[in-house]
Design a protein around this ligand. Structure first.
Ligand SMILES: CC(C)(COP(=O)(O)OP(=O)(O)OC[C@H]1O[C@@H](n2cnc3c(N)ncnc32)[C@H](O)[C@@H]1OP(=O)(O)O)[C@@H](O)C(=O)NCCC(=O)NCCS
Length: 298
């Protein structure tokens, strides 16, 4: 597309949408002006051309005398604004004009090249991720964009039994920190095969050494337990939410056990010890105390 109506049509800048292979010329522009120094064409394809929903129109390039001098990227994505309120938004980014071609308002032609298409798609918001300074001096001044401070959230997913071990160790130390549970466990450790959705199988051993998780399954297990991932990863849950989740998962058959009936006497003794020990466990949790297994036995 030529830009007969653009601010710099007299300078013969040619604006067009992405064509395969353009990344060879786009990459040096990004590397020179953005934090793309070590990035490769493969990285560019991962971020843009290979992402779900990409269309060639999402990238606008500008050349002059056969040389690419600017590039602009966007992505149309659903944006969740609140319960039941989702709109299509266009996220612009990776805007670069080669230094010697700046101050000619080249981005405005590129931005408007997509305006009609975005309206046709029903895009209700347009913006991007940028710094407060760049928004004030560029996006806000030219296009009226309003700066909204952003926040980052971290998500962590447990993938190995190893990642669960510290939690199991702390739990074991707490449980065995009093007198009732060690007495109920006795000299014979309680062994249970544990299957957590999304994690490798493991077996848990509750004995005088504490609660230990081993890889794989044990042939000598008295019990087997199958639980959904959310019950073991529920760090952010309050106790009442965890209990509600446990009840719901039990009700829907997402928590499965075998061997409970066979071992009912032993399990009943353990459950009774747990109930009688609850005030101590509660106090310990409230004070944040965490004992090592060896100390717990003394
Ligand atoms: C942003 C850019 C595409 C705008 O190109 P342009 O239309 O030719 O406009 P200019 O280069 O004149 O920049 C417009 C204003 O933004 C400012 N600006 C440019 N890059 C900036 C940055 N990284 N941080 C803060 N301000 C910046 C310029 O100083 C100028 O401000 P001024 O008018 O007060 O002097 C171009 O400056 C550029 O390629 N910058 C480097 C890459 C970049 O930061 N891209 C944005 C990624 S979201």
């Amino acid at each position: 597309v030529d830009s007969p109506t653009g601010p710099d049509s007299s300078d013969d800048y040619r604006y067009r949408v992405y064509e395969p292979g353009d990344e060879r010329a786009i990459l040096p522009l990004l590397q020179e002006s953005l934090a793309w120094k070590g990035m490769t064409e493969q990285d560019w394809r991962w971020k843009h051309a290979s992402r779900p929903g990409f269309t060639n129109e999402d990238v606008v390039t500008v050349s002059r005398d056969g040389e690419m001098v600017a590039c602009f990227h966007g992505a149309v994505l659903p944006l969740h604004l609140g319960d039941g309120l989702e709109v299509l938004a266009d996220f612009d980014g990776d805007f670069v004009v080669a230094p010697e071609h700046r101050r000619k308002d080249i981005p405005t032609v590129a931005v408007h090249l997509n305006s009609e298409r975005l309206l046709d798609l029903g895009v209700a918001l347009r913006g991007g991720f940028t710094t407060e300074a760049l928004n004030r001096r560029f996006y806000q001044k030219r296009y009226g964009y309003v700066f909204v401070p952003s926040a980052s959230l971290d998500f962590r997913r447990l993938l190995t039994v190893e990642a669960l071990r510290p939690k199991a160790t702390r739990l074991g130390a707490r449980l065995l920190g009093g007198r009732r549970l060690p007495a109920a466990v006795g000299d014979r450790p309680l062994i249970a095969n544990v299957s957590v959705a999304g994690l490798p199988d493991c077996w848990a051993e509750l004995g005088s050494e504490g609660l230990v998780l081993h890889d794989g399954w044990s042939d000598g297990a008295e019990l087997s337990v199958r639980v959904p991932y959310r019950l073991v990863a529920a760090r952010a849950h309050t106790r009442s939410r965890l209990l509600a989740a446990l009840v719901a998962d039990l009700g829907r058959g997402r928590v499965r056990t075998t061997g409970v009936v066979r071992n009912r006497r032993r399990l009943a003794a353990l459950a009774a010890a747990l109930v009688l020990d609850a005030p101590r466990l509660w106090r310990q949790r409230a004070s944040g105390a965490a004992l090592e297994p060896s100390k717990a036995r003394r």
